[in-house]
Design a protein around this ligand. Structure first.
Ligand SMILES: [Zn+2]
Length: 334
């Protein structure tokens, strides 16, 4: 593990004020980038929003959309479907890997376009879709002045459209069958979807992010990140022997060998240990200060400024986990 600095002031003085600047990078300033629509293979099309949020259209005899971007992405998502000659009425269902705003945001809007559209989501996330006030409040806190770029989640209504998912459920598209795996860790309301026949695994955020040209990075945001569950989920996914991982951030990654899974588990351990070390050395440090110290302790992460917003969320999520753990003395139940 990289050494955790104890001389807080020197680090903070050098970097004072730069966190907020960095944190703006993840949500782009200025004009929105064009939506990209790319065919991955005969079953899968990627609709890429602002180059950072991937939704996957999966086609058998029936068609589902996996994840739906931010609420503010709704016009782009409609445009992306339109480029394929589709609209929300051509979808048989939307499947949400989890109910974070950058995955569940478009669902309510698509239901407005197609009032019969079914929305599949983990049973623990279902209530949030029908009553998204708490989600909107959480997003407002996390994104602050950037909230306008995120937008408001619209309720999925009527509630009967929401189809709760549990592990081992299947979503049958005819020639394509998606098997559901309960995948807590990143969030307790997380599922991943496995197409056994093709070896495709739609991982949402359960396996972190994988942007082109960047390494696999942990995603551990508030409010219920749990590293032990995340590592168990990684092992369960590994046991499925997927061939290709379709990350929600940001695209397909062909697995070569099994080191990917061990490396990712080790990163969870490293990130949690690092934040834990900073926290015990700097009890009074603010979240922003802990983020700076984290980037100092793991200097290789400074090579990825586009991810600073995400790193900030991940540090906040680890802090939240450590506080929960300390409060409860034992890990909270799922
Ligand atoms: Zn997420």
């Amino acid at each position: 593990m990289a050494e955790v600095p104890t001389e807080r002031t020197s680090v903070l003085e050098a970097d004072q004020g730069r966190v907020s600047e960095r944190r703006s990078l993840w949500i782009e300033e200025g004009a929105r980038k064009m939506v990209k629509v790319e065919t991955m293979d005969s079953r899968v099309v990627r609709i890429l929003l602002e180059d950072v949020r991937a939704c996957y259209l999966v086609r058998g005899e029936r068609t589902v959309l996996i994840d739906s971007g931010l609420p503010a992405d709704a016009p782009d998502l409609r445009q992306g479907l339109g480029r394929l000659g589709l609209n929300a009425s051509d979808l048989d269902a939307v499947v949400l890997t989890h109910v974070h705003a950058d995955h569940a945001g478009g669902a309510g809007y698509l239901v407005e376009d197609n009032p019969e559209l079914k929305i599949y989501v983990h049973e623990k996330g279902a209530a949030h879709l029908h009553a998204p006030e708490r989600l909107n409040e959480g997003v407002r806190k996390a994104y602050g002045s950037r909230f306008d770029r995120v937008g408001f989640l619209h309720a999925v209504s009527p509630e009967s459209l929401i189809q709760p998912l549990r592990g081992a459920d299947t979503i049958d598209l005819g020639s394509v069958v998606l098997r559901v795996l309960d995948a807590p860790g990143h969030a307790k309301h997380h599922v991943v979807l496995h197409d056994e026949a093709s070896g495709a695994l739609f991982s949402g955020d359960a396996l972190g992010s994988r942007y082109e040209g960047l390494p696999n990075l942990v995603l551990s945001p508030p409010s219920d990140y749990d590293p032990e569950q995340a590592k168990r989920t990684i092992d369960e996914i590994r046991a499925l022997h997927p061939k290709t991982i379709y990350f929600a951030h940001n695209g397909p990654y062909r697995l070569e060998g099994e080191s990917f899974f061990d490396e990712l588990k080790a990163k969870h351990d490293l990130w949690v240990r690092t934040v834990e070390g900073i926290r015990s050395a700097h009890r009074q440090a603010s979240v922003e200060e802990v983020i700076e110290l984290f980037l100092t302790a793991l200097p290789e992460l400074r090579h990825y400024p586009s991810q600073f917003f995400s790193f900030g969320l991940s540090v906040a999520g680890i802090l939240n986990y450590l506080e929960r753990k300390e409060r409860n003395h034992v890990l909270p139940a799922a």
